[in-house]
Design a binder for this molecule. Structure first.
Ligand code: NAP
Length: 258
């Protein structure tokens, strides 16, 4: 069975991608910094689904960590047929008051690592004329977001980059797609210092299971983009026809309530 490499597999959406891909019979390469969590997940996936799950502990904000994952993507032994570029971080708060080093690390992970891993995977997959790259973006990428300015900009980058590569790669036999979730119950908001139980009503939240199930159905249909959930589809459609002066004001109010 084919092998999928999932970044950010130690928690949240990445862990759920690993679980659902293992249930579909994929062998896995699990990437994140927390090696103990990856080892535990690997053992569980092998026990439950009989798949191989390699652990590749790496900090994707560091050159050496990215290089080790790029090398695994380029390897012709047990080639990677599906790359899920999922690892991401969100910083919130006014940009001027923020620690600029954290803002740069956010760009290093959400953008630089995704670009480098996509490049390594695309070359290996193009040579074989088969493969899929799934980039996890966000509905935050559809409009500027005051109080999460850098985060939303990284996701706007991922959306634009992925659409362009979809066109470039389809002649090469490689499928490139974006997944744009909205509020999802994972560790993202706690890691950003937010309390996800306050502010945004439960109606707006999805489970990681719901998001990943819909993303994999979109993958099966060879879609270029998946926006999981009815509310997020409305937000995405609305953003494309709403003037920036309105959408950025609304986005700023919503992020502040989170
Ligand atoms: P999460 O639960 O916080 O998981 C983030 C994952 O990224 C963890 O596995 C973490 O593992 C890994 N990671 C963080 N820093 C890393 C680094 N320097 N190197 C390697 N791995 C690193 O967040 P999530 O919600 O599942 O986020 C997954 C993706 O979904 C992100 O791209 C996020 O922007 C996107 N998204 C999330 C939401 C939401 O509401 N949750 C909405 C839209 C989009 P370690 O700490 O072990 O390294």
């Amino acid at each position: 069975m084919s092998t999928a490499l999932v970044t950010g597999a130690s928690a949240g959406l990445g862990e759920e991608f690993a679980r659902q891909l293992a249930a579909r019979g994929h062998d896995l390469v699990l990437v994140a910094r927390d090696e103990a969590r990856l080892v535990a997940l690997s053992a569980a996936l092998t026990a439950e689904h009989g798949v191989r799950a390699e652990v590749l502990a790496a900090d994707l904000c560091a050159d050496d960590g990215r290089a080790r994952v790029e090398a695994r993507l380029a390897s012709t032994d047990a080639p990677i047929e599906l790359l899920v570029n999922n690892a991401g971080v969100m910083e919130v708060g006014a940009f001027a008051a923020a620690d600029v080093n954290k803002q740069v690390r956010e760009v290093e992970l959400n953008v630089v690592a995704l670009v480098r891993l996509t490049h390594a995977a695309l070359n290996a997959m193009s040579a074989r004329r088969t493969g899929t790259i799934m980039n996890i973006s966000s509905v935050a990428g559809f409009q500027p977001s005051p109080s999460a300015a850098t985060y939303a900009a990284t996701k706007a980058f991922v959306n634009s980059f992925t659409h362009a590569l979809y066109e470039e790669a389809r002649g090469e036999g490689v499928h490139v797609m974006a997944v744009c979730p909205g509020y999802t119950h994972t560790e993202l908001h706690e890691r950003a210092g937010l309390d996800p139980s306050s502010g945004v009503p439960e109606l707006f939240w999805q489970s990681a299971d719901e998001v990943v199930s819909e993303a994999l159905r979109a993958l099966d249909r060879r879609r270029s983009v998946s926006v999981p959930g009815a509310i997020n589809k409305v937000i995405a459609a609305g953003s494309s026809v709403t003037p920036a002066i309105v959408s950025r004001r609304i986005a700023g109010i919503v992020v502040k309530r989170t």
